[in-house]
Design a protein around this ligand. Structure first.
Ligand SMILES: [Zn+2]
Ligand SMILES: [Zn+2]
Length: 132
């Protein structure tokens, strides 16, 4: 297999978003994909790298563009992937439990009449009865 999808600099690139080529991958002058195969190579300072999505390769593929041919980045954020959306919904639906104190200071006392927890004062907040 010639294709290497293992971690290289392309993995760090965002999809469909032009990044300055000199930042992403400094190197030799490279031709712009829009200028055509007969064009002069551009120095990386004048080039943009765009990682495009590929239907068969999840790693996508990378193209170089000059400033004239640089694709306009889509301003809308990419839609959330389904698993991510599910994870967020679940996180929002699950009430966050207060961290249990490592050393309970006292056992909860319930008012025998109201069955509510009596505060530390020992006076039931519902009926005013002193409990415990
Ligand atoms: Zn070009
Ligand atoms: Zn009570």
């Amino acid at each position: 297999m010639q294709i290497r999808n293992s971690s290289d600099w392309r993995d760090a690139l965002p999809f469909e978003l032009p990044v300055p080529a000199a930042d992403a991958m400094p190197g030799e002058p490279t031709r712009c994909a829009g200028c055509g195969p007969d064009s002069e190579p551009w120095p990386r300072e004048g080039l943009w790298i765009v990682k495009h999505r590929h239907p068969n390769n999840p790693a996508g593929f990378v193209r170089y563009y000059c400033a004239d041919h640089k694709p306009t980045p889509k301003l809308a954020p990419p839609p959330m992937s389904a698993p991510e959306r599910a994870r967020r919904t679940r996180a929002a639906a699950t009430p966050r439990k207060a961290a249990a104190p490592s050393m309970p200071e006292r056992v909860a006392v319930l008012c025998p009449d109201c069955f509510v927890e009596v505060p530390a004062s020992g006076v039931c907040g519902m009926c005013g009865q002193r409990v415990g």
